[in-house]
Design a protein around this ligand. Structure first.
Ligand code: HEM
Length: 422
């Protein structure tokens, strides 16, 4: 039976009155896991929704629909990220689409070649040991991953003259990142205002300018960034730091939370050194349960109809008008019980044959032409940091049953997952 999913619009935002619509919108921003659990109970895994910052969007979380989206060239990323333009500019790979996007991915590819990986691994091992050795008492797993990742990524992207210059750049990056401690600031246009240099928006611009002035002199000599126009290169470096650093720190914090909550899985894992297939299965399972990026964003570049099988196995169609947004939702599809039985359990053995079996249901790093450029780097780094931490220190969770908390554009465990080091 054909059915136009246009008729299924979730009653979420705007809700029946202004107060509840604001409350619902804030809940989506603060805790999208909870919002999606509630929405999917009454709407299934494919429905229209009005969202703050995005407007009306289609949420897609069924395997057959994801497959149709992957195969449809008229659905592209890039233009869906316009809300980040004031922060990232217009020229980084994340913002581009079509041929420009393809060409930039090609230009950036040498950043992620074998030589880069060897160097990245060596730096991760060195900085993980240093930071873990120095850490004491109660700390957040997020902040530990964040410190290590930041040192690694800054050193990889911005060649250093000396140690003090490196520290100066790292602290300028940290300062810039703290500009986004209130996530509403990224989504709500009315908060993005200037007034005599005193608003949070003004502070973000100032912090960004300080960072730019430190990065600028390093760009020309860089083998990859030196090939790009200077302003583009700077935007690209900032985007890579912003995207590559918080995503990985938040996913690392979820990984530590899941490992410490499941000692028998972890004890077996610790018999093997990382990186390994078993460690990768465990990190995949952690990202399945708690994706740090809850959904991808695609935009229809022309009127497009997709045909797919709905949750009851019936044929359904959905029409997207040019400019409409589709959000392939990893959180919903990765908890689909038809694909992942007992979806709320942490069971790394689901991934013992790799992730390819779940192509249309598991995509914490996205898919297609826009798949995360740093996926393999992040996967290896998280394994190295987690195994160094758990083999060299005695670590316990401070709080059990941690819920999610938004951290800029990504989702991390509450308070970044507090751990006690003895
Ligand atoms: C656990 C860590 C990470 C997660 C969960 C993650 C997740 C994602 C996701 C979901 C996307 C969107 C893909 C799509 O739209 O199909 C993405 C894109 C991207 N990521 Fe990551 N990422 C991580 C680490 C990194 C790292 C370490 C870097 C760089 C050093 C990085 C750089 C990028 C870039 C540049 C894009 C845009 C790609 C494009 O539009 O072509 N990410 N990432």
């Amino acid at each position: 039976m054909f059915q136009d999913s246009r008729s299924k619009t979730a009653e979420f935002y705007p809700a029946s009155n202004l107060f509840s619509s604001i409350k619902n919108g804030i809940n989506w921003i603060k805790n999208p896991y909870d919002a999606l659990d509630k929405l999917s109970r009454s709407n299934g895994r494919a429905f229209w929704l009005s969202l703050p910052g995005f407007g009306r969007v289609f949420i897609a979380g069924t395997p057959s629909l994801i497959e149709a989206i992957r195969k449809e060239p008229a659905l592209t990323g890039g233009i869906g990220m316009t809300f980040l333009r004031p922060v990232l500019g217009e020229n980084s790979v994340i913002m581009l689409h079509g041929n420009e996007h393809k060409c930039r991915r090609h230009q950036l590819a040498p950043l992620f070649n074998e030589v880069f990986f060897d160097h990245a691994e060596e730096l991760t091992e060195r900085y993980a040991q240093e930071e873990i050795f120095q850490a004491s008492g109660i700390i957040s797993a997020h902040s530990l991953f964040s410190k290590i990742n930041l040192r690694v990524i800054t050193e990889l992207l911005v060649p250093k003259e000396n140690e003090s210059q490196q520290k100066e750049i790292s602290s300028a990056v940290e300062k810039f990142l703290t500009s986004f401690s209130n996530p509403l600031f990224l989504f709500a246009k009315p908060l993005q205002v200037s007034y005599k240099g005193r608003t949070p928006w003004d502070r973000m611009r100032k912090n960004r300018n300080e960072l730019v002035s430190l990065i600028e002199p390093t760009v020309k000599e860089h083998p990859v960034f030196g090939q790009l126009p200077k302003d583009t290169a700077i935007e690209e470096i900032i985007a890579l730091i912003l995207f590559g650093h918080e995503t990985a720190a938040s996913a690392g914090a979820w990984f530590i939370y899941h490992l410490l909550s499941h000692p028998s899985v972890t004890n077996a894992l610790l018999l093997e050194s990382a990186p390994s297939a078993s460690w990768e299965a465990a990190i995949n399972e952690s990202m399945r349960l708690c994706p740090t990026v809850v959904h991808l964003t695609r935009v229809a570049t022309s009127d497009t109809t997709l045909t797919y099988q709905d949750a009851h196995g019936e044929e359904a169609t959905v029409l997207f008008r040019k400019g409409e947004k589709i959000l392939p939702c990893s959180y919903l599809s990765q908890r689909d019980p038809a694909v992942f039985p007992d979806p709320d359990l942490f069971e790394p053995k689901r991934f013992s044959n790799g992730e390819s079996l779940f192509r249309n249901s598991f995509f914490p790093f996205g898919f297609g032409a826009r798949i995360c450029i740093g996926k393999h780097l992040a996967l290896r780094q998280m394994q190295i940091i987690a195994s160094t931490l758990l083999t060299t220190r005695s670590v316990t969770l401070v709080n059990k049953n941690l819920g999610p908390e938004r951290n800029q554009v990504v989702i991390m465990p509450k308070k970044g997952c507090l751990i006690k080091l003895d």
